[in-house]
Design a protein around this ligand. Structure first.
Ligand code: FES
Length: 137
């Protein structure tokens, strides 16, 4: 009767030790990668200017930003969150930034609503373009 609990105790202790080792290794990796991502957010290169189609745009979901190029050499950036019910916008086509949740469309030039149900424009975001490099401002 006493052997059963003793074996379980040994197994549990071994499992806990293995978990502890695993956690400390992952913890070290996490702290390393999170400090580098903090560095990357300020002045981080978002894209090459050549990646943004003229008359279109590109969505950067992780950075929550849409970069557009309404005219050659003229770049704009907007929030990627639809002002209707906060879906992330789905794509950019035919001069508009499109939300697939309920069909709202926003201008790639100024973020203005081109198609309801959204009633407010996409907020503008700050970017810097230097040469072929687009960075978060
Ligand atoms: S959340 Fe975008 S159209 Fe409704």
């Amino acid at each position: 009767m006493t052997q059963g609990p003793t074996r379980r105790t040994v197994l549990l202790a071994t499992g806990a030790a293995a978990l502890t080792v695993g956690c400390s290794e992952y913890g070290d990796e996490d702290s390393g990668s999170s400090s580098s991502s903090v560095d990357a957010s300020a002045g981080q290169e978002l894209a090459k200017a050549s990646e943004i189609p003229v008359g279109g745009g590109k969505i950067f979901a992780e950075e929550k930003i849409v970069v557009t190029q309404p005219k050659e050499g003229e770049f704009k950036a907007f929030s990627n969150i639809c002002t209707h019910q906060q879906c992330p916008v789905a794509d950019v086509s035919d001069g508009t930034i499109n939300c697939s949740c309920h069909g709202s469309k926003f201008s790639i030039t100024d973020g203005a609503v081109q198609n309801p149900p959204a009633t407010k424009p996409l907020p503008a975001k700050q970017i810097k373009v230097s040469g072929d490099s687009i960075t978060l401002a």
